[in-house]
Design a protein. Structure first.
Lengths: 266, 268
């Protein structure tokens, strides 16, 4: 199969919930293989909705979505997804290993027992995230950061071509956050990654490109935020353009506004 | 209680108790882990509409309740599948509409019907052999469907969004889940009635959830708790001549309180 030029390609996508004001409007986006895209934006700006549209969980009212070159329904099984709020169902009776094995689940497969290959993939993923020792623990016994690792391991068990993460560091401490970014940066060597975040340090630590979403989408090919992007995405709300990372990257004011990829010129 | 076993109705009640325990354990586990408690309550109460309709048209209230709750579950599934977090108001309306329809149908039906109270508060002591067969059939059907779709239901229950990315047809499976909940609930209505049934669906799984590491084991442990509550409740209601449904619920609630207090002590 010929590999497509872009892992994700959105053209002029418009999405609204139940006919109300659109959450996404005129959104175009193209993500190249190997890219690490950080998606920033204010709360309620449509970041999570964007991911769900890319995955085909939500269908846009207009515009086209291609995932790995095909309609998302056909290719979503090759994508690892880390949803927001991995602690929503804490009391659930399931072990860490069984959660990760859910990444090996495929609807419609005859046997519902995981194969040796499934177990190996789950084990490798748990090992990569440093949670192999926790495999027999019940999910509710873990800390927030550990549960986040489980969610990422579950997405890796898919053996995906593309990893989509929704606020993976939303409620973990700084140390865990740094460790998770380190892991993601390493994964980016072999995987395209799209990460929704409200955390500007994400850009400095691992992203190779940035997009801001606030109903419209502003995409920038380098790991920099421009004043225009921030202004457009966050409005008049003052945002401090500071990120800590090594090498230290300053989020400088863009000299030439023409190089900012607007919402339609992808 | 052994002398009571010479009565056919007591033997039927115990057998019914076993089937009800199994149905409650399986369905209650799915209700609690999918956080569908309010929705299950709505389905159970709206079954009263079917009971009234059955009286009005003169067929078995079991079929009336079953048909009505299945229809209600299908309606709820299509209304709430898109946005589950906003299901509450819809459930509240259908809950009351179902009961109101039941009341009107009973008004329109001639004569006084004593069996209405038994449907509202349970009538495990009056379960007929025919009803026993229907309960057994329904429970086995529910158990079979859950067994067949076990991993799909597991992935859906834990995380519907992730399930969608694994190719699970989420809204179709959600509809099946609600239909199974409706069927299991109608079986359990025989033990404690449609008003009290929600406690029998929630107390055993909540007790089981703490110790279990899989949905299947939670179903098994919940079934065991249900059986304990039903048999203990039956025994007490026989000894002291009390309404069995209410005693069953209060036995369950006592265990629930006891464990909550013990848990609280451990945590302190």
């Amino acid at each position: 199969m010929e590999s497509p030029e872009f892992d994700i390609e959105l053209k002029d996508v418009r999405f609204s919930y139940n006919g109300s004001d659109p959450v996404l409007d005129g959104v175009s986006l193209a993500v190249r293989p190997g890219e690490f895209l950080a998606v920033l934006g204010p709360n309620g700006g449509g970041k999570s909705t964007l991911l769900r549209v890319i995955l085909g969980i939500l269908k846009p009212q207009s515009g086209t979505v291609l995932l790995l070159g095909r309609p998302p329904q056909e290719t979503v099984c090759r994508v690892g997804y880390v949803p927001q709020d991995v602690s929503a169902n804490r009391g659930f009776p399931v072990s860490v290993e069984d959660v990760v094995l859910m990444g090996r689940f495929e609807a419609g497969r005859k046997s519902w027992r995981p194969s040796a290959e499934d177990r190996l993939a789950a084990e490798t993923a748990m090992d990569r995230l440093g949670i192999l020792a926790l495999r027999r623990k019940k999910i509710g016994e873990l800390s927030q950061g550990q549960r986040q690792r489980v969610a990422i391991a579950r997405a890796l068990a898919v053996q995906p071509a593309l990893l989509l993460l929704d606020e993976p560091t939303a409620s973990v401490d700084m140390q865990t956050q740094a460790a998770l970014y380190e892991i993601l940066r390493e994964l980016n060597r072999t995987l395209t990654i799209v990460m929704v975040s409200h955390d500007l340090t994400a850009i400095a630590s691992c992203a190779t490109s940035v997009a801001c979403v606030n109903r419209r989408l502003y995409h920038h090919d380098r790991a920099e935020l421009t004043g225009e992007m921030v202004q457009a995405a966050y409005g008049s709300c003052p945002v401090e353009l500071v990120a800590h990372g090594i090498p230290h990257r300053v989020l400088r004011q863009h000299e030439n506004p023409e190089t900012v990829r607007g919402e339609r010129d992808v | 209680m052994f002398e009571a076993l010479q009565f056919a109705f007591m033997r039927n009640a115990l057998l019914a108790g076993l089937w009800i325990s199994l149905a409650c354990g399986i369905i209650g586990t799915l209700v609690v882990s999918n956080r569908l408690v309010f929705l299950a309550g709505g389905i159970a109460h709206s079954a009263y509409g079917g009971v009234g309709l059955a009286l009005f048209l003169g067929f078995s209230p079991f079929f009336g309740a079953m048909g009505f709750s299945l229809a209600m579950a299908a309606l709820l599934a299509s209304l709430t599948a898109k946005d589950r977090s906003r299901a509450d108001p819809v459930v509240g309306v259908l809950w009351a509409v179902g009961m109101a329809l039941g009341v009107l149908f009973v008004d329109l039906s001639p004569g006084y019907r004593a069996d209405i109270m038994s449907l509202l508060f349970g009538s495990i002591l009056t379960v007929s052999s025919r009803e026993l067969w229907m309960m057994a059939g329904t429970t086995l059907l529910v158990a079979g469907a859950v067994g067949l779709k076990y991993r799909d239901l597991l992935v859906l229950s834990y995380d519907p969004d992730f399930a969608a990315t694994r190719g699970v047809r989420v809204s179709a499976l959600y509809r099946l889940l609600l239909l199974l909940v409706a069927a299991g609930t109608v079986v359990a209505i025989h033990a404690v009635g449609l008003i009290l049934v929600i406690a029998l669906l929630t107390i055993p799984p909540t007790l089981a959830e703490r110790s279990c590491r899989s949905l299947a084991s939670m179903m098994a442990v919940s079934s065991a708790w249900s059986a304990l509550f039903i048999f203990l409740g039956l025994d007490l209601s026989y000894r002291y001549n009390l309404t069995s449904g209410a005693v069953i619920i209060l036995v369950g609630a006592s265990f629930f309180c006891l464990f909550s207090i013990l848990e609280g002590r451990k945590g302190a």
